[in-house]
Design a protein around this ligand. Structure first.
Ligand code: SF4
Length: 158
């Protein structure tokens, strides 16, 4: 079976901006893990951000807009952290290439890893449709990206 790129926080690593993990308990995921198929990546940490770090959101659009230069990733104190997010997304893509990966399972709502939803850039817990920066880069390069709620669909491509 092919390997699967997975958000490191879903796989139990304490890499979130607040230093927490959000481990996913799921039989399919445990099966993949047991077979050594999971390749963990945290784009934000790989892009150079620390743990913990300030919460950040995409302002002015979604991950695709960030790649076009039409939106930015801004932290809650107003610092522009876009370059870290792009660097992390490119790192995730390089890892996928190294392992011949074409399926990823990423954490919904993150400005990096969100697949179908992200926050609206106002830091008010409002979700909007759209993906994060890493999801956009992976999709742009032909990788199928699923959220943690879509493991069954991801399994169809392994
Ligand atoms: Fe998890 Fe992705 Fe955020 Fe890293 S960047 S903490 S892997 S959601």
């Amino acid at each position: 079976m092919k390997k699967i790129l997975i958000s490191a926080c879903l796989a139990g690593d304490k890499v979130r901006y607040d230093g927490r993990q959000v481990p996913l308990t799921n039989a399919l995921l445990s099966q993949w893990d047991g077979k050594g198929l999971l390749v963990k990546v945290c784009p934000e940490v790989s892009g150079g951000l620390k743990i913990p770090r300030l919460e950040a959101q995409i302002v002015g659009g979604n991950g695709w807009d960030v790649l076009k230069g039409a939106a930015r990733v801004i932290d809650i104190q107003g610092h522009d952290v876009t370059s870290f997010f792009i660097r992390g997304a490119e790192y995730a893509l390089s890892i996928a290439g190294r392992f011949g990966i074409d399926v990823a399972v990423l954490k919904e709502k993150s400005p990096s890893c969100g697949v179908h939803h992200i926050y609206d850039g106002q830091f008010a817990s409002r979700r909007i449709p759209g993906c994060g920066v890493t999801t956009a880069v992976l999709k742009q390069n032909g990788i199928k990206v699923f959220s943690e709620n879509e493991l069954d669909q991801a399994a169809l491509y392994l």
